[in-house]
Write a protein that binds this ligand. Structure first.
Ligand code: PMP
Ligand code: GLN
Length: 385
């Protein structure tokens, strides 16, 4: 048995979701939306499933979807790309991450990851032969740590993974942070894996600048998107990559041996979704923003201190005052177990996003839920406090 995945244990999202099912808790832990999928997208998938085709689509993805991804990049990111050479459809952003690491990392290459980091990065990088080098972002500001980043670069650093907007902290990086990251990548000749799956989930009219559009980065960025997030269908696992041909060619080679392709009916529906008018994307933002406001106000009313949240599905709260130190896991993990069992509301501990589990002050709630679900959760949390 290879030790890398064995040591990883069960993902925190699965652990918390299972506990929520066992205890009947409202699951604000794992990040998935409730009842938000656009009906026309579902209808398009049903029609495509009924009418076919049912066989392997082209390895790079359905032409209609690759064209739609390119048009989406032009419309929303201000980035032109050649859909025939620079777009690849994957089975979720997770496959896109795996393909990128498998294709672009050579044994011993160091890969900088910014923590709190999505749980898949580190084990996938290691299994691809790389050495993850975590650099921590810390409360209360959760800013890009410029000095620590500059100090983390060595002669072996080949890549940096940047998740913007960032899960779990719900932040969009500002221009100065992006300029710093761009300088770092250019001056040390790094490839940038830009996990931008929350690109459409940005609130309060905040601008979102894709790393693909940052001057000087176009040729070195691997942009990763996910229809799961953009269309509230996380179970569909349709993702995509945009990258310059020199990066895309080896990534496509990896993809052909990992999944080869993705169900054609879902690809066809997502192609239709990406062509929806701006009103859909603006409506999604407004809708999620209203859910965020509802949960933030409810949490504050129940006495929780909530950090600002600009984007994603998530808000985080500092619960260090409420933690007991008598459990067996990190304090925030034990607190989430207690909250799930006692209050009947499941949340995710932030320490799970740090390799050494040492940031334990905060927990994460997902607000992409029906109003009634959020109100019920808020009521339970207020009663519990
Ligand atoms: N990256 C981040 C930051 C995520 O939050 C997620 C999803 N949960 C993924 C990647 C994986 O996305 P997908 O479900 O499309 O594989
Ligand atoms: N990305 C989702 C989250 O952060 C979960 C994905 C998963 O369950 N693997 O909650």
């Amino acid at each position: 048995v290879n030790p890398i995945f064995a040591a990883a244990g069960t993902s925190i999202f699965e652990t918390i979701s299972r506990l929520a099912i066992e205890t009947g808790a409202i699951n604000l832990g794992q990040g998935f939306p409730e009842g938000m999928e656009p009906p026309e997208l579902v209808e398009a998938a049903i029609a495509a499933l009924r009418d076919g085709p049912h066989q392997y689509p082209p390895m790079l993805g359905l032409p209609a979807l690759r064209q739609a991804v390119a048009q989406n990049a032009a419309r929303f990111l201000g980035v032109d790309c050649d859909w025939t050479q620079e777009v690849l459809v994957t089975s979720g952003a997770t496959e896109a991450l795996a393909d990128s690491f498998l294709a672009l990392i050579e044994p011993g290459d160091e890969v900088i990851i910014l923590e709190p980091a999505y749980d898949a990065y580190s084990p996938l990088i290691r299994r691809a032969g790389g050495v993850p080098v975590p650099v921590q972002m810390l409360p209360p500001q959760w800013q890009v740590p410029t000095e620590a980043l500059a100090a983390a670069v060595t002669g072996r650093t080949r890549m940096i993974v940047i998740n913007n907007p960032m899960n779990p902290i719900g932040r969009v990086f500002d221009d100065a942070e992006l300029a710093f990251l761009a300088d770092l990548a250019i001056s040390h000749d790094l490839t940038v894996v830009a996990d931008e799956v929350y690109e459409h989930l940005v609130f309060d009219d905040r601008p979102f600048l894709s790393l693909l559009a940052v001057p000087g980065l176009r040729e070195r960025v691997v942009h990763i998107g996910s229809a799961g997030k953009t269309f509230s269908v996380t179970g569909w696992k349709v993702g995509y990559i945009i990258a310059a041909p020199a990066l895309m060619a080896p990534i496509a080679r990896a993809h052909q041996f990992v999944t080869f392709t993705t169900p054609p009916a879902l690809q066809a529906a997502v192609a239709m979704g990406l062509a929806l008018p701006d009103a859909y994307f603006n409506g999604l933002r407004r809708d999620l923003q209203a859910r965020r406001d509802l949960l933030v106000q409810g949490l504050q009313g129940a006495g929780f201190a909530v950090d600002p949240a600009d984007a994603t599905y998530f808000v985080i709260t500092d619960v260090s005052d409420l933690q007991a130190h008598d459990g067996c896991g990190p304090a925030d993990f034990d607190f989430c177990l207690r909250l799930t069992r006692e209050a009947g509301v499941a949340a995710v501990p932030i320490s799970s996003f740090y390799g050494n589990r040492d940031v334990t002050s905060h927990i994460r709630f997902c607000f992409a839920k029906r109003t009634e679900t959020l109100q019920d959760a808020i009521g339970r949390l207020a009663d519990w406090r």
